[in-house]
Each structure stands twice: as structure tokens, then as C-alpha cells.
Design a protein around this ligand. Structure first.
Ligand code: BES
Ligand code: MN
Ligand code: ZN
Length: 500
């Protein structure tokens, strides 16, 4: 979809704007937004509201055609709730409802004036960004391999967003460019998640990294099994060894800052399918474990977004990727392996594999002398129990007084509408993880499963500033099934803020 900005101030009349459709807001108390008023030349909009055809509840729509005195062919009324200062949620649902109503029309262009509404706590650029991301999200389809598509593609090709002044127009144009880069990153993360696990293999992800490296300015390194062995990543290899698919260790460098600037490093869990291994998962819903590379997908998506934005800072994306499968070569419960860090690990449950591959990835990234390391993983079912599907779990030992990492990530989540909540990482939890035979077991005693997993990772991150995002509940949704592209929004916002 093409997006553009148009200034509608006191001098320009909305009624004379030629378009397939103009979208204007109405409120629940039967009041018209000022944009709706300027199209209500003969009282047709007032009449429609009076008749009860549209309530003004956020997301309700009513299409009107050929209004007298209005140059546009159609006018779409959309409800934005009861407050003249619109809430964030009402704004978003009104934008999404407008796009849904526009999609099946014969018209290929529309003008959206909702961007001129006042949204509580947000500015015009936010309204523009939200409209662009929603427009791009509507173009995304999960029907990759359906012989007959159920949802016809939208005819809408051009969406014009209005703002109140030419000064606002300048910054809104920049906001469009940023939002498009972010939307491309989110779309990539969604696609990687949704594609079948026999397509998105570790080899596929390695090749994708090389392709991204050529298209964008990224330095790429893709390590294969021999090189991973040479690095002594015994913990990562233990997970990979049950599968016929070879593992990959992927490094993507966006060096947009000064060469000597310490990078922010993102580390993604890339289990392309998690069967549980010998500690096999139950059959019901096992297909969803294709999403167990959601952390890796968010690293790919974020790298794409920031390179397209030309972010002026150094960011390194690292992905450890393999399959977790049962076989005669697979790791057994009870096996003890030596991680790259030298710490020995007793694998009590082969289904706790994410932390095993991350342990070595987190050791590997020490070499970058990172300013901060953030790992992203669909790590624990327990995180879904605690936080459900709306909020990612954030873990870090760095408290505000010394380091603002936790607060910065939480704020970035709020900014992007991709929220996280901080969980505790108190030392005392480490006592739930003791092995009689190795330095550490890969599973603790019952209770606090997502914290125990984070405590395990913590032991491999003591040389730098680190945070962990558990996205088991947020990276995909179950009904209808689909990847969400989270937390690309949170990560991109964080990096943008950090880049200044
Ligand atoms: N990939 C799963 C976590 C998961 C489960 C994500 C359900 C989303 C939904 C992870 O590898 C796993 O299996 N974790 C185990 C750990 C346990 C064996 C200590 C879990 O959460 O049950
Ligand atoms: Mn698992
Ligand atoms: Zn897993």
C-alpha cells in the first residue's frame, strides 16, 4: 500500500478533495468530528446518526455514497467512542475497522482523516504510524499455500492520511518512512513464524541471513556444525544432535555507529520445531511448536527494520537455530554436557532445550564487548501461565539505580504498544536448581518456571549488562493461529530511542 500525507487546514476544504472514499470520525454522543462536520453540507451525516444507523461506538462503520457537495465518491463514518479526546485503543480499533470496511470496495484510494483526531497521550506522528502499521498488517496473509485464497486481496492501493498543518506534514512524512520500515520488520517476523517447520529449517534461516546481508547493509556470518563444534558449544550441539537438520549459528551486524562504539546485541532462540526431544511433548497442539523460533524471527525482523531506517548505532543480531527432535542420536535425560562457558549441565528434561542453546549463544557474544545484550525466546509455558498472551516477561538483574535497561525496555514496550512486565530474578531462586552430578541442571524444582529458566540463562551472562524477554505467550496467537511479529515493535523502539 502507498501512504501519503495531505494537509487539511482552514484554507483547504475537505469537501472538495477528490477520492474514492473519505473516512471521518463520529462520537458516541451523536457528535460529529470537525472533519465529519465539514462534509455534512446538506445534513446527510447528521441524519444518518439521528436515524441510529451508526452508534459512534469505537469501530462501528457506516458507508454513505454521493453526498451532495462532496467531491469524494463515498464517505465512511467510523465511531471513535465517547470522548472527544480519543483513547489509544479506540483510535486503533477505528483505524482497523476503517481498513476492513475499505478493503472490499471497488475503490483503490482513500483519505483517512482519523489522524487529525486528538488521541490521549499521543501525538500526530503516533497516529500516522499506527495507521501505516495497520494498513501494512492488513496486506499480510497467512494463506501461503492455500490453492484458493479465502480472503480476496484488498483493492485499496493508496491511503492518504490528513494532518492539520504543513509543519505537521513534514514530520508525518518521516513517520511514514519509519513506520514502513517497522512494518516490514514485523511482516518478516510473522512470515518466518507462520511458514511451516519443514520450510523454515535452520538451513533456511542461514540462507535468509545471507540474502538479507546482500539486500541491506549487514555483515553476515553463518556458522555450520563443524565451526560450532570448534567453538565447543556442547550445550547447543546437544539439542541439535537428535535431528537430521543441521544446526546454524547466525551473526548479523548492522554497524551504523562509529566502528569502536559498543554494540547492543540481540540473541534469538531459533528452535524451528520443538517436539520436546526424548522428553516428548503431548500430541495436541504440537504443531504450534513451529513458533519456537519466534525469538529468532524477532531478531531478523528487528534487524530488517533498523537497517531500513538507517539507524545510526551498532546492533548485532545473533541467532542459534536447530530442531529439537527425538531419535537414536538424541540427548537422553541424564546426559551431562559441557557448555562453551565450561560449566557442565545435567540435562534432566530434553524439552528444556531453549536455555541450552541460549547458554552457548550468550557465552559467544562476550567477544563483542556489548553495551547490552537482550535475548528473546519462547522459553517457558510457565510465562504464559503468569502473563497470558498480552504481555511479554522481562527479566534482568540490572536495577534502575545502576542501569536503566529494565525501565528503558518497559518504556519502549509502552511506546510501541508491545508491552512487557518485569519479573523477579532474586538470587534465592538459584537454590531451586541443584544437580548432584554437574554444575547445574537444565530444570529446577517445581514452581516459578519462567524465573528458573531466566536464572539458568543468568549464569551465562555475568560479563555484561543483560536482559531476557520470554515471549512464549506473545510471539503468536492461537485463534486464529498466527504469528504476531512481537516483540519487533518493542525492540525497534528501544533501539531507536537509544540511537537518539
Ligand atoms: N518452547 C517451549 C516453551 C513453550 C511452551 C512456549 C508452550 C510456548 C508454549 C520450551 O522449550 C519448553 O518446552 N519449556 C518447558 C520447560 C520445562 C520442561 C522445564 C515448559 O515450559 O514446559
Ligand atoms: Mn521445549
Ligand atoms: Zn522450546
Amino acid at each position: 500500500m502507498d501512504f501519503s500525507i495531505k494537509t487539511i487546514d482552514a484554507k483547504t476544504s475537505l469537501a472538495s478533495v477528490k477520492a474514492g472514499c473519505i473516512v471521518v470520525a463520529v462520537y458516541e454522543n451523536k457528535k460529529l468530528s470537525s472533519q465529519a462536520q465539514s462534509l455534512d453540507l446538506k445534513g446527510a451525516i447528521t441524519a444518518a446518526i439521528k436515524s441510529g444507523d451508526i452508534s459512534g461506538k469505537a469501530g462501528r462503520t457506516l458507508m454513505l455514497r454521493k453526498l451532495e457537495g462532496v467531491a469524494a465518491e463515498r464517505v465512511l463514518l467510523v465511531g471513535v467512542g465517547s470522548n472527544e479526546v480519543v483513547t489509544e485503543r479506540d483510535y486503533s480499533s477505528a483505524v482497523e475497522a476503517s481498513l476492513r470496511a475499505l478493503a472490499p470496495l471497488g475503490s483503490s484510494d482513500a483519505v483517512l482523516t482519523l489522524t487529525q483526531l486528538e488521541v490521549k497521550g499521543r501525538d500526530t506522528n503516533w497516529a500516522v504510524k499506527t495507521a501505516v502499521t495497520a494498513g501494512q498488517a492488513q496486506e499480510y496473509s497467512t494463506e501461503f499455500l492455500k490453492s484458493k485464497k479465502e480472503n480476496e486481496a484488498t483493492a485499496l492501493k493508496k491511503l492518504t492520511l490528513t494532518v492539520a498543518s504543513s509543519k505537521a506534514a513534514t514530520s508525518a512524512k518521516a513517520a511514514i518512512a519509519q513506520a514502513l520500515a517497522l512494518a516490514n520488520g514485523i511482516a518478516l517476523a510473522k512470515e518466518l513464524g507462520d511458514l511451516a517447520p519443514n520450510v523454515v529449517t535452520p538451513t533456511y534461516l542461514g540462507n535468509l541471513a545471507k540474502k538479507l546481508g546482500k539486500e541491506h547493509k549487514l555483515e553476515i556470518e553463518v556458522l555450520e556444525r563443524k565451526q560450532i563444534e570448534a567453538l565447543k558449544m556442547g550445550s547447543f550441539l546437544a539439542v541439535a544432535q537428535g535431528s537430521d537438520e543441521p544446526p546454524r549459528f547466525i551473526v548479523m551486524k548492522h554497524m551504523g555507529g562509529k566502528p569502536k562504539d559498543a554494540p547492543v546485541v540481540l540473541v534469538g532462540k531459533g528452535i524451528t520445531f520443538d517436539s520436546g526431544g526424548i522428553s516428548l511433548k503431548p500430541g495436541a497442539g504440537m504443531d504450534e511448536m513451529k513458533y519456537d523460533m519466534g525469538g529468532a524471527a524477532s531478531v531478523f525482523g528487528t534487524m530488517r527494520a533498523i537497517t531500513e531506517m538507517g539507524l545510526k548505532m551498532n546492533v548485532i543480531g545473533v541467532v542459534a537455530t536447530c530442531e529439537n527432535m527425538p531419535s537414536g542420536r538424541a540427548t537422553r535425560p541424564g546426559d551431562i554436557v559441557t557448555s562453551m562457558s565450561g560449566q557442565t549441565i545435567e540435562i534432566l528434561n530434553t524439552d528444556a532445550e531453549g536455555r541450552l542453546i541460549l547458554a552457548d549463544a550468550l557465552t559467544y557474544v562476550e567477544r563483542f564487548n556489548p553495551a547490552a545484550v537482550i535475548d528473546i525466546a519462547t522459553l517457558t509455558g510457565a510465562c504464559v501461565v503468569s502473563l497470558g498472551s498480552h504481555t511479554s516477561g522481562l527479566f534482568t538483574r540490572h536495577d534502575e539505580a545502576h542501569d536503566s535497561l529494565a525501565n528503558d525496555l518497559l518504556a519502549a514496550g509502552v511506546e510501541a504498544g508491545d508491552v512487557a512486565w518485569r519479573m523477579p530474578l532474586f538470587d534465592i531462586y538459584q537454590e531451586q536448581m541443584k544437580s548432584n552430578f554437574a554444575d547445574i541442571p537444565n530444570m529446577g524444582t517445581p514452581g516459578a518456571g519462567s524465573i528458573i529458566a531466566a536464572c539458568f540463562l543468568e549464569r551465562f551472562t555475568r560479563k555484561y549488562t543483560w536482559a531476557h524477554l520470554d515471549v512464549a505467550g506473545t510471539a503468536w496467537k492461537t485463534s486464529p493461529k498466527g504469528a504476531t511479529g512481537r516483540p519487533v515493535g518493542l525492540l525497534t523502539s528501544y533501539l531507536q530511542k537509544r540511537a537518539g
